[in-house]
Design a binder for this molecule. Structure first.
Ligand SMILES: *Cc1c(COP(=O)(O)O)cnc(C)c1O
Length: 377
């Protein structure tokens, strides 16, 4: 699905030098390179504070911990996504309220958010799934109306740009009260291990989150709140510093590959190409097709069959995500019975993601598209 070796070869000298410098300095944790990366990323994104942490899930947890919520408070998040957003809410003993998504964009449906709001609702956690921002115009309006926090999961959408109808332009993760991202190796800005970051323009939340990420400590060995231990190590920061200057070209390479896929697939009756939101750029963390099964054939059976044939021809293909969160064993509840979130359930049965990375060659794209078209007939 990704080709991290080719990308490394292109910038090997910079990466190797950065890692060697960390080893020479022996400043492996909380080194200057981490601070430098935080400020370089903050200026790239146009956000006031970047707090580097251990991974994207920690980023989400620390963000929620900083909001002063009480057990039982409700956090609204989509059902069709990776588990992390619901998981950190549940871990904190808040109540993840799973809502449906838009069938076209895969992203949380603002109308479903409105319906889910109760007096206990405290926060909305939209996920910018597959690299395209959720409907932040509506989400921010709902949040203002109901005095709710917005914590964006931008783990798949770093570098995506959102344009409000008033002309204001923001990067993904820099729109709500807090934004979170992941530097997991296969993410759009990936390091060579685990890493993550939190974004905010709010000074008070920033110092709160910095302290929480460091054992709730502001003055050394004085603990003002219950915290966690979550930090980006210096070697990962060195890798990210070497890659950040290439982020826009990486984004452009993904968009070019997606455009080539679109051209090949746009008119096939068994394929729906990824829909574009008019207000968000798409940075294609994944290129995710929706398959249209022939009449009388179960959608998931058809999709799984196509996937197996691709794999047998040497083409990776993955299902992100096969089970919506409201149907996962750990998250089942009365409120979220089967059939309750139809778009999430329908998508889980028909999505198929094909290879997407920064080093896809035209011949590789041709091989992938011609084989898929041949399989579909
Ligand atoms: C990757 C990812 C996360 C978690 O990031 P980790 O660094 O793996 O903890 C959270 N949410 C989404 C949408 C992701 O894709």
């Amino acid at each position: 699905m990704v080709d991290l070796q080719t990308q490394y070869q292109q910038i090997k000298a910079d990466i190797d030098r950065g890692i060697q410098e960390v080893i020479d300095s022996a400043s492996f944790v909380k080194g200057q390179v981490v601070k430098d990366f935080e400020s370089e990323l903050a200026s790239y994104l146009g956000v006031k504070h970047v707090i580097a942490v251990g991974n994207g899930t920690d980023a989400l947890q620390i963000a929620l911990m900083s909001l002063g919520l009480q057990p039982g408070d409700e956090v609204i998040t989509p059902s069709f996504t990776f588990i992390a957003t619901a998981e950190v809410a549940a871990l904190m003993r808040y109540k993840p309220i799973l809502v449906d998504v838009d069938f076209e964009t895969f992203n949380i449906d603002p109308a479903a958010i409105r319906k889910a709001i109760t007096p206990k609702t405290k926060a909305i956690v939209p996920v910018h799934l597959f690299g395209q921002c959720a409907n932040m115009e509506e989400i921010m309006a709902i949040a203002r109306e109901h005095h709710l926090y917005v914590v964006e999961d931008a783990c798949q959408a770093i570098d995506s740009t959102y344009t409000f109808t008033n002309g204001e332009v923001r990067k993904a993760g820099c729109i709500g009260d807090i934004g979170c991202t992941s530097f997991f190796p296969s993410k759009n800005l990936g390091c060579y291990g685990d890493g993550g970051a939190i974004f905010t323009n709010n000074d008070a939340l920033a110092s709160q989150m910095r302290a929480i990420a460091n054992h709730g400590m502001v003055v050394r060995y004085h603990h003002d709140m219950v915290g966690v231990n979550s930090r980006l190590d210096s070697i990962q920061a060195a890798v990210l510093r070497a890659k950040l200057p290439h982020l826009s070209e990486y984004t452009a390479a993904r968009q070019a590959a997606a455009a080539a896929y679109d051209r090949a697939f746009a008119h096939h009756p068994r394929l729906l190409i990824p829909a574009r939101d008019s207000q968000s750029t798409h940075v294609f963390h994944q290129y995710t097709l929706r398959l249209v099964a022939p009449d009388g054939i179960d959608a998931a059976t058809y999709r799984d069959g196509v996937r197996e044939q691709l794999i047998s021809r040497g083409i990776p293909a993955m299902v992100y995500y096969p089970v919506p969160i409201h149907l996962q064993k750990a998250y089942k509840s009365e409120r979220h019975a089967e059939g309750s979130l139809p778009n999430a359930e329908r998508l889980a049965n028909c999505v198929l993601s094909i290879p997407m990375h920064t080093c896809l060659e035209p011949q590789q794209i041709d091989f992938i598209t011609s084989n898929l078209l041949e399989i579909l007939g």
